[in-house]
Design a protein around this ligand. Structure first.
Ligand code: AHR
Length: 629
């Protein structure tokens, strides 16, 4: 008996030790917050697409520098050397090491998206630099707005030529890569608006200096009459400049993108007069670690996208930029007591009421002294309230611009008075985006796209025409412009099936939504298959109009909307509204945190985009209740 007991004890002891080792390893591997004996609590994998581009070397350096601030963090780096297949293997290898979070800067976004989506089901994923379409495949995107870079480049070319004839060569990175496509789109958008600007040729140089030099040399042998080169990176711009030098060609303006520091970095090249301009933006390396740690520590209100500031650098401002390392306005004094003047759009919708409540509550929670005013949908009133805040010398002004234009003079007044401005919910369409600190809100274009994607899916099997009527929000407001753009762009081009047969503003209100839908029904009657409303309130008006017309909303006529308020979800539950795309009104905490960060000397990104979902009749209905708004 005694022998058996001793053996039993031994067995138990060994089992216990194995169990302890297993728990320890498993806990460490899956990020249960356990520390190993080197003090590591979190392991982050960084999958870099290549380390031949200087911009990517800098990105990794920023990651390393920021990671060193966390004693409990270990970072494992991989380099895919520009190969999609290698990057897939790298990511799988990192998963095998038991990373708690993946930071990935993709080689070719399309080819890597399925794997990233799979990884995202297991651990958080931060996509760095190159965006992925949609919201469902990653936790957070950090990077610049590449279309805006292209637009700014087009604008700089136009400003430099000042109305003179422009014969332009564009030098692109590899075909199929998202920044290449987006920069080119933005560039052409501006060029096409100026009849004096002509795109003479496009060269693909795969981000490589030498390839750009060789291809521009070959082009110059044909003796083209070009006067401007826009290269999508500074390295390629330098290659183009060298080719011009070889041919002893003077006077061609060369513009690049990246604006890195150091010898032959974009800033140095502008200083030396090699480049006429570049577009500087952060790599996002530092921010990726900051957000990764927030995610790993379970912090709330993590955004969906962080859009990094892009600064136009020319000979005029390069010294100033190098000195400050940024074009972001420096916050000299750190402030404890902050007075915030906020002007709301109005009270046109349930969304707006929830937004107002969130801002008031967050100001209290974060100890910010809030002066809240309502413009009651008058642009004039909004501007005059901002002017009063300037006179009162508040510390910061925030507002949701009713429309996209017309605020330039008042923003200049605020800038001259040294008062920073934050945009909340809606955006502005102004040339000078240094007039505000940051903008916090939704991706309205993505909301429109999501609405269209749902429709395409729901009508896949239908052969007949699908006739859509559109209830637009306030004319020239950013949600109206971008929801419309996103929705219409997502419908198949030259489609014989999907037709937007009428589109009219109903100002985001239920009453007007009902009136305009009634007009549409009288005019088109049975022809209407779908109502796309830019917000829930207008959709609720449309539902009443459809019922009054003797038809069944949600069945005879599909109704699609944006916002996802509780009252809209009740209608989804009742089958009268088919889908509502979420637009998050709870912007108060994001806004207060950004303001506090600014007054603590942190540089804010140019845009902070919130996380949002979509609610359809097909969903599990338990998610429809106890909504926070
Ligand atoms: O700017 C956000 C939009 O404004 C909301 O979608 C709409 O309901 C609101 O009034």
């Amino acid at each position: 008996m005694r022998g058996i007991n001793r053996l039993g004890f031994l067995f138990l002891f060994v089992a216990l030790v194995i169990l302890l080792i297993f728990t320890y390893l498993f806990g460490f591997k899956h990020g249960h917050g356990n520390q190993d004996n080197q003090g590591t609590r979190y392991v982050i994998g960084v999958s870099q697409s290549n380390l031949t581009e200087p911009w990517r070397v800098q990105m990794n350096e920023e990651i390393k520098k920021e990671a060193q601030k966390h004693k409990d963090l270990q970072v494992i780096y991989t380099d895919a050397a520009q190969s999609n297949e290698k990057q897939k293997k790298d990511i799988n290898r990192l998963l095998g090491y038991g990373i708690n979070l993946l930071i990935v800067s993709t080689n070719d976004t399309n080819s890597l998206t399925p794997l990233i989506a799979k990884v995202h089901k297991k651990i958080p994923v931060i996509v760095l630099g190159r965006a992925i379409d949609g919201y469902d495949y990653y936790t957070l995107f950090i990077g610049p707005d590449n279309q805006a870079i292209g637009r700014n480049a087009g604008q700089l070319v136009s400003d430099m030529l000042g109305g003179k004839q422009g014969n332009i060569v564009e030098i692109q990175g590899p075909e199929g890569s998202s920044p290449v496509r987006e920069r080119s789109q933005g560039f052409k958008e501006v060029i096409q608006k100026h009849p004096n600007l002509h795109l003479y040729n496009t060269i693909v140089a795969n981000w490589q200096k030498d390839e750009a030099e060789d291809k521009v040399t070959a082009l110059l042998q044909r003796n083209p009459q070009i006067n401007t080169i826009f290269a999508q990176s500074d390295a390629m711009a330098l290659g183009a400049y060298k080719a011009l030098q070889k041919h002893d060609i003077q006077g061609v303006k060369v513009i690049g993108v990246d604006g890195l520091e150091g010898t032959n970095g974009g800033l140095d090249l502008v200083k030396k007069g090699v480049l006429a301009g570049t577009f500087a933006y952060k790599t996002g390396g530092k921010e990726s670690i900051q957000y990764a740690m927030d995610i790993l520590k379970g912090k709330s209100n993590i955004p969906k996208k962080i859009i990094l500031r892009v600064s136009t650098i020319t000979h005029e401002n390069v010294d100033q930029y190098v000195l400050n390392k940024s074009s972001y306005p420096k916050q000299i004094k750190s402030k404890k007591h902050i007075v915030l003047g906020f002007v709301q759009v109005g009270a046109e919708s349930s969304w707006r009421l929830a937004n107002t409540a969130s801002i008031k509550k967050a100001a209290q929670d974060y100890g910010i002294d809030l002066k809240f005013k309502n413009a009651n949908e008058s642009i004039k009133a909004q501007i005059s309230i901002i002017r009063k805040f300037i006179k009162q010398k508040v510390d910061v002004i925030a507002f949701s611009p009713i429309v996209q234009t017309g605020y330039e003079p008042i923003l200049k007044e605020a800038k001259d008075a040294g008062i920073p401005v934050v945009l909340v919910d809606r955006d502005l369409d102004l040339k000078d985006n240094d007039l505000w600190l940051t903008s916090i809100g939704s991706d309205f274009e993505e909301e429109g796209k999501r609405a269209a994607r749902w429709l395409l899916d729901a009508t896949k099997g239908i052969k007949n025409n699908i006739n859509i009527v559109e209830l637009e929000g306030t004319t020239n407001s950013s949600p109206t412009v971008y929801r419309k753009k996103g929705f219409e762009e997502e419908l198949p081009k030259n489609s014989n099936k999907y037709h937007v047969i009428a589109s009219k503003s109903a100002n985001f209100t239920k009453e007007e939504g009902k009136t305009v839908t009634t007009e549409f029904l009288r005019k088109f009657g049975d022809k209407i298959n779908v109502v796309f409303a830019h917000n829930d309130d207008m959709a609720l008006g449309a539902i009443e109009a459809i019922e009054a017309f003797g038809k069944k909303p949600g069945k005879d006529i599909k109704v699609i909307s944006v916002d996802a308020t509780q009252v809209a979800l009740n209608n989804v539950y009742a089958g009268k509204l088919n889908v509502t795309v979420e637009c998050n009104p709870l912007l108060g905490p994001y806004m207060m945190r950004a303001i506090i960060n600014h007054f603590h000397g942190k540089e804010l990104p140019v845009k902070i985009i919130t996380e949002e979902g979509i609610f359809t009749v097909e969903d599990d209905r338990s998610v429809f209740f106890n909504r926070p708004y």
